[in-house]
Write a protein that binds this ligand. Structure first.
Ligand code: NAG
Length: 346
């Protein structure tokens, strides 16, 4: 291949990944709002459009953001139901009807990807309400003549045990009962598609045990398999975590439920040299490539159904340390580091 052909191939490959006109619909950003210095929602939605970020995840039905979206944009949104609302939604169908009437019906023109019932609620004191709340919301959406709304939930890897090697992973004793009931509910409801968001954070595994977890393995940079699990070869920690969820789901007969990545990120500050803008940029760039281009794990050859990058902004009301420093952007709308999730210069 001549040099110029090679160069053209590189330019085309680069274009395919970064072309601003065609953002991949599988990629979005989590819009957390735990900051007292965050921009106006209209400026945030303009930022998403400028950056070619096609969809975003809201952790609660923030009426201010939803109203702005209605006026201003066709961005797709995933809307969360806060954990503390689950018990009342589970307790009565009327409460679920009220929820739909207040937070959904005025916004039915919006491009709503799904409703996330509970965020990392399993295991925990509100986990017991997940199935009941989901069932009541499902009924309420059907009555509101919107039978195709996708209901889901979001899980942290704290719901798993025995994740090494991934094939040994199961839901923890505290989580497995609820998760079994939840998987059975999804199968019974048989929505247009059944999916669960999983939160995948190689950063936390690396930071907890840097003596044994290699940085190149956490950052998608290993060039040889780091370990084998049966026939499966693992080059990166992200895949090991993703596949742990797959194995745990399989053990409760949930293998037909899609696992989409509802959060993944790397903090740019807060923990010394483990958290620099350079490391965060490397992780996020390689994550994007892995989801958009590779789109498979050793166990999942069918595709990962996208990722929501965590997070849009540094949020100063979260616990001090790394938690405040996951943002792709500072509250003043400047990028913390360049990333393919944002296809513009900000
Ligand atoms: C952080 O600094 C320590 C001590 O200098 C060093 O051993 C380690 O490799 C550094 N880690 C990273 C991720 O740069």
């Amino acid at each position: 291949m001549s040099y110029s052909v090679l160069l053209l191939a590189c330019v085309l490959a680069h274009h395919a990944i970064f072309a601003a006109s065609t953002p991949p619909t599988s990629v979005g950003v989590c819009y957390g709002t735990l900051g007292d210095n965050l921009p106006l929602s209209s400026d945030v939605i303009s930022l998403l459009e400028r950056c070619g970020i096609y969809k975003f995840r809201l952790y609660n039905p923030n009426l201010n953001v939803l109203d702005t979206l209605l006026r201003q944009s066709d961005r797709m949104v995933s809307v969360g139901v806060p954990n503390e609302h689950l018990s009342i939604l589970a307790s009565s169908l009327d409460e679920a009807r009220n929820w739909v009437a207040k937070f959904y019906t005025p916004y039915r023109r919006l491009n709503i990807e799904n409703i996330v019932v509970g965020n990392e609620v399993v295991p925990g004191e509100n986990a017991q309400y997940l199935v009941g709340a989901t069932r009541n919301l499902y009924t309420a959406f059907r009555e509101a003549t919107f039978p195709d709304m996708i209901l889901t939930t979001a899980l942290s890897s704290g719901s798993l045990v025995n994740t090494y090697p991934p094939s040994q992973a199961t839901f923890s004793p505290e989580a497995i009962g609820v998760m079994t009931d939840y998987v059975n509910l999804l199968k019974e409801l048989d929505m247009y598609y059944n999916m669960i968001y999983i939160h995948v954070y190689p950063y936390f595994a690396y930071a907890a045990d840097p003596a044994n977890v290699r940085l190149d393995y956490a950052l998608f940079q290993a060039t040889e398999p780091v370990f084998h699990d049966g026939d499966l070869a693992y080059f990166n920690l992200f895949d090991a975590i993703y596949d742990s969820f797959m194995w745990a789901m399989e053990k409760i007969n949930g293998q037909d439920i899609y696992l989409a990545v509802g959060e993944s990120g790397w903090p740019s500050a807060g923990n010394g040299n483990f958290t620099t803008p350079q490391l965060a940029q490397t992780y996020m760039t390689n994550l994007y490539q892995h989801i958009v281009v590779d789109n498979k794990t050793p166990k999942n050859s069918k595709g990962m159904r996208g990722v929501m990058a965590f997070a849009l902004f540094n949020e100063n009301l979260k616990p001090p340390g790394v938690e405040q420093n996951f943002g792709l952007f500072y509250p003043d709308l400047h990028a913390v580091y360049p990333t393919p999730f944002c296809q513009c210069k900000c």
